[in-house]
Unconditional design. Sequence first.
Length: 398
Amino acid sequence: MSSQVQELIGGVKAGRWLLPSPDKPNPVSLARAIAGVCGSPKIWRDPIANELRLLIGEPEHLVFVIADGFGMNFVNTLSEDSVIRQNIAVEGRAAFPPITGANLFALSRGEWPGQHGVIGWFVFLEELGERATLFPWIRTRDGKDLTELGLTPEIVYPGNALVAGYARDSSSLIPNEIATSNPSRALHANTAVGYSDLADAIDQTIDHVQSSSSSYSHIYWKNVDRAAHAFGSSSTETLSQLLTLDSELNRLRTTLPPDVRIVVTGDHGHSDIPCDLKFVIGVDDELQLFFEATPSGDNRTQIFRVLEHKRSEFADKFRDRFADHFFLFSSKEASNLQLLGPDGISEQTMRRLGDFIAIAKGRAVMKVLTPENQGPICEQSEHGGFSADEMLVAIVIA
């Protein structure tokens, strides 16, 4: 066992870091629980899914809300009489990495990231031989649409959305600007419908429930995450979005009959980033000479593909410079630690994982500059590491 693995395990035991766990409420089990309620024919041996299903019950109408970025660290900013605080059922733990793509596909597929393969904002695609930005479906270096390059959602996003098998009238409300995108279609099958703002989404959901004998309604809302990135997790702008979320959920709850079940969760939380912990690897940095391809992942979880004969040297140099702020695990160590879930790592995902994964220990972030992207790190708050602020999310059942 390497010293870094020992450090991580020791830190987990001491409560410094959290790892994903199939034995705690998690997005995979929540997806399976909701699928069971909605009549999916799929069957899993998942005790946590069974427990969550008992908490949800067997309602004829189920509304499932994902508030992007809504971690447990935001809950206590709300008043005790808020609909969210009054109806917290359990504390959930995000899939790793705690980022939007990894957790949205876990909630869509009922699969861990090791299986569904969406493991970063930037993902290396073997079919391209380079990285892509899967949301919004472009080749990263030049912004070219992946469809024009011969890729399809079936190639990039293996598996099927569980909602396609639900035995009830299903609707997924997605912001207008992304409702018809390939990622949204992969996440929600043919159920995606656009909306303009959260009030519009709530109005459409009320209409959908009232016009159906048995329904599943989903709302994806991204404004908490957007505000936290831009202004910080404790900013007035972020708090305003939280209050909007709670207010609209209260309107939904009080408008619909009490036998309608509302489930709310986040895909990850947030951690504010100090200016002195924003690390940049410049285009002329010596580490760039080791890369076989431009690194992928995110600012707190960097994924490196390294020239085979340079891997040992790269690991030594990276750790010499960044060991105080980042773990550097080999892909084999990441697999053994079950960072991407307990079901192993598929061959496709392993190819996307590359050779090494660097994960922030504290609140550091890292950006690897490219000729086409040499701007600074602008985000005030980030996610993708092992901290409780990033890994813990509320599961609300009202």
